[in-house]
Structures are given as structure tokens and as C-alpha cells.
Design a protein around this ligand. Structure first.
Ligand SMILES: Cc1cc2nc3c(=O)[nH]c(=O)nc-3n(C[C@H](O)[C@H](O)[C@H](O)COP(=O)(O)OP(=O)(O)OC[C@H]3O[C@@H](n4cnc5c(N)ncnc54)[C@H](O)[C@@H]3O)c2cc1C
Length: 412
């Protein structure tokens, strides 16, 4: 087993799979180190159409089309009390795909990394990274296998795509507290048995709690009568065991109570929770390394932006590293960190606006302006980096003005 590579990638989630395939396709020798064995569970099941551009470039789309459990997705629906509205992602301002999938991540992530391996990427499952040394001319990673064997892997550059593991931020003391308060989610997969025509299986359904507006729910249908369902709120509001908390809050929402009247909750899939997932770092790159996806920063699940940000960061890093390896100057601040943060900060504006109520006022407004809706639809479809979109370019100012114009929405 050789231990010398152009690039070592930590983690085989969407960021790791996409970046490794993009670099392998450019002719570089890539090794992915993945602590777990796949398929493995991870939350984050609703993709955004912008993802399809990176999946196509990485050569993954044909394999994805063949999986019947993935659900076609063309938008996002929102409900609050008896209010119901939606954004159609095919009716949007920015160019690019308008449809995507909702996926079981164990299946999805496994397909992606298998496809990367077929393209020549070396993937080592059950190999966890425990230490990092960037003092020399190349990077050295200490690796421990799940059988307890230890070895050192050398690479010219390391891309940390370790998600919630946040390997390099922890080892290099790069973590900084997120500006977002500590929220938590409880979730499971149900046999939904939904027959109501009110539920559009081609869209994620986001539900605002009728009384507590900062508590919301996701309903993400898959292609096999299953739905991922979860509740998100402040940790102090959602304390308790996941099954009790989730069911209690779900059945307080009129539309969820109606469409889930025949749902089977007890189907062997565990009830889970995750808390304090928002994270931030002091720097997205350094000597011989860069951080991708959740290893770098995670905002909030409300607009399903996590996998899209992970893949966008992978694309930017692959392009810049290719340039660097070819002996050209690579400006990691100007060509990676700043362009990446444009989209992350766009999402941050609308996430903050969701929780302070302004973006909910806009979403639930009685008569939405069609042109503005198309610009917002673009952002919700993942095109948060399109600075031609005024709601990206001047996100904060535009959102504030629009919220003032439409005024506060009320739960009907
Ligand atoms: C409640 C909730 C709901 C969400 N819903 C959505 C959604 O609907 N849509 C969406 O796009 N996003 C969603 N997200 C975000 C999504 O989970 C992440 O953004 C996404 O999984 C990030 O992908 P990644 O490739 O960065 O990391 P991951 O998918 O987490 O993959 C990282 C990999 O690194 C491996 N690893 C960790 N440590 C080590 C180590 N030491 N050595 C080697 N390997 C290691 C892990 O085993 C893992 O396989 C949600 C998040 C939360 C908290």
C-alpha cells in the first residue's frame, strides 16, 4: 500500500467524493481516508438543484438516476396554520438545473464514493485520521485503522471533508463559536402512507409551528412511501426523548396532523437527535490544507443548503489545487475562501431572516411579486453564488426592504 499522494482527502461524504473525483479526473493521485464503513447514516437528505452541476462534472449523475428510492424534487413548499405556499425551482432567475433529488444519505453517499473509486480514486474505509503535520515540504497524516494499525500517509495537500468530525479545525485549533444560538433537531424515517393531494411529493415541506414561530419541521419524502421527518428548535424548547418530543410537536401542526394520519412511526428506523451543529472556523485554509463542507462551517438545516455548500466548496478547491499543482499562483483567500463565503453569507442572511421572522413574512405574504419570487427561488434552489441576482448581491438590504414592504404575516 503506497502512502504518497498528490492529495489526501479526509472523509467520504459528498464533499470528499466530489473533490476526489474532480481531482482524479484532472490527473492527480488522490487517496480518501474514511473512518467509517459505508453505507453509513448521516442526516441531510434534501438536495438543491445547484448540486446537480457538481454531480454532473464529477461524473456521478448516471449512477444516481438508476436508484429508484431517490425522489424527484422540483421545489420547496411552506405551511403555517392553514397557509400553504411554494417555490417552484424550475421558475427561477439564475441559469442551471431546476430539479434534483431527495435521497437517503446512506445510499447516496455510498453511490458517490463508489463512483469516485471506479474513476481511480483510492478509498480506504475504516481508516481514521488522528494527527496532521504540515511543518515539512508536504503534509503528513497519522492514520489509525479500525483494527488498531497505525501508519503515516504523505500528500502534497490535504483536503479536510470530515463533516461533523471537523478533524483539522480540532487538531489545529481553528474552531470559533457560531453566531447562531444552540438549536437541536429530533428526527426519524416514517412509512408515511400519505394519500392527501395537499402533499406534493416533488417538494420538501417546511412547516412553521402555529404558535412558536422559531420551531419548524421538515417532511422529506423518498421514492418508497417513506418520509424523513424532523423538528428543529432551541435546545431548551425541545428537551426530552426524541420520539416523545417529535410526535408531540408534529401533531400540533394542522397540515402535518392531517397528512400523517395514517403514518406508521414504529418501522424499525431509530429516533435520533443532533444538537449544536452550527460551527465556524478562523480560517478555511492554511499551509498544505483547506477545509471543505461541514468541516469548515455549518449554518442551519432550514434551507437544505449543507450538501450544496459542501459540493460548491469541493469544486472551488479542486479548480484551485489543479492550478497550484500546475505551478501557477494560487490565492486561497481570493480564489477559494472569499468566493465560497459569498454563497455561505447569502444563506446566512436568509437563515437569520427565517428565525427573526422577516423571511417568513416574505414567504407567507399573500401576493408575492413573481419577479422577486424567481430571485428568491434561485437562492432556495442553491444558486446563492449568483451575484447577478440582486437578492444575492445585496441580500441583507433587499431582504430588509422586502420584509418591510410586505409587513408581518400572521398564522391563518
Ligand atoms: C438536522 C440537520 C438536517 C440537515 N438537513 C439537510 C438537508 O436536508 N439538505 C442538505 O443539503 N443538508 C442538510 N444538512 C447538512 C448536511 O448534514 C451536511 O451539510 C452534509 O452532510 C455535509 O457533507 P460533508 O461531505 O461536508 O460531510 P459528511 O457528510 O458529514 O461526511 C464526512 C465524513 O467524514 C468522516 N470522518 C469524520 N471524521 C473522520 C476522521 N477522523 N478520519 C476519516 N474520516 C472521518 C465521517 O465518517 C463522514 O463519513 C442537515 C444538517 C442537520 C444538522
Amino acid at each position: 500500500m503506497s502512502h504518497q499522494y498528490d492529495v489526501a482527502v479526509i472523509g467520504a461524504g459528498p464533499a470528499g467524493s466530489v473533490v476526489s473525483a474532480l481531482l482524479q479526473r484532472r490527473g492527480w493521485r488522490v487517496c480518501v481516508l474514511e473512518k467509517q464503513h459505508f453505507p453509513r447514516f448521516v442526516i441531510g437528505e434534501s438536495l438543491l438543484p445547484h448540486c446537480m452541476e457538481m454531480l454532473e462534472e464529477a461524473g456521478f449523475t448516471e449512477a444516481l438516476k438508476a436508484e429508484p428510492r431517490f425522489q424527484f424534487k422540483n421545489g420547496a413548499a411552506f405551511t403555517w396554520g392553514s397557509r400553504y405556499t411554494y417555490f417552484d425551482f424550475t421558475d427561477k432567475f439564475s441559469p442551471g438545473p431546476g430539479t434534483t433529488y431527495q435521497v437517503r444519505r446512506d445510499v447516496f453517499d455510498h453511490i458517490l464514493i463508489q463512483e469516485a473509486a471506479k474513476q481511480g480514486v483510492e478509498v480506504r474505509f475504516g481508516h481514521g485520521v488522528t494527527a496532521f503535520d504540515n511543518s515539512g515540504d508536504s503534509a503528513r497524516l497519522s492514520v489509525e485503522t479500525d483494527e488498531g494499525r497505525q501508519y503515516t500517509l504523505e500528500a502534497r495537500f490535504v483536503l479536510d471533508a470530515s463533516g461533523y468530525g471537523r478533524v483539522l479545525p480540532r487538531l489545529l485549533d481553528l474552531e470559533t463559536p457560531s453566531s447562531l444560538p444552540v438549536r437541536m433537531a429530533h428526527f426519524t424515517h416514517i412509512d408515511d402512507n400519505i394519500t392527501s393531494p395537499k402533499f406534493d411529493r416533488n417538494k420538501i415541506l417546511i412547516t412553521t409551528h402555529p404558535v412558536q414561530r422559531n420551531v419548524w419541521f421538515w417532511t422529506i419524502p423518498f421514492g418508497d412511501n417513506r418520509c424523513s421527518i424532523g423538528v428543529v428548535g432551541l435546545a431548551e424548547d425541545l428537551a426530552g426523548d426524541s420520539e416523545t418530543v417529535l410526535k408531540k410537536w408534529v401533531y400540533e401542526c394542522p397540515m402535518l396532523a392531517e397528512i400523517l394520519d395514517k403514518a406508521v412511526w414504529d418501522n424499525g428506523f431509530p429516533f435520533r437527535s443532533i444538537q449544536g451543529y452550527s460551527a465556524n472556523v478562523k480560517s478555511l485554509y492554511g499551509r498544505h490544507f483547506a477545509l471543505l463542507g461541514n468541516a469548515a462551517e455549518f449554518l442551519d438545516p432550514v434551507f437544505s443548503s449543507g450538501v450544496t455548500i459542501a459540493m460548491h466548496s469541493a469544486k472551488l478547491a479542486a479548480e484551485l489545487l489543479d492550478k497550484q499543482f500546475k505551478g501557477k499562483e494560487a490565492d486561497w483567500q481570493g480564489e477559494f475562501a472569499e468566493p465560497l463565503m459569498l454563497g455561505v453569507n447569502t444563506f446566512r442572511t436568509y437563515v437569520n431572516g427565517w428565525y427573526d421572522g422577516r423571511f417568513q413574512d416574505v414567504i407567507y405574504a399573500e401576493n408575492r411579486n413573481p419577479d422577486i419570487s424567481r430571485m428568491l427561488s434561485s437562492i432556495l434552489a442553491g444558486y446563492a453564488w449568483d451575484s447577478n441576482n440582486p437578492y444575492v448581491d445585496k441580500a441583507e438590504r433587499r431582504l430588509a426592504a422586502l420584509a418591510e414592504l410586505v409587513g408581518p404575516a400572521t398564522c391563518a
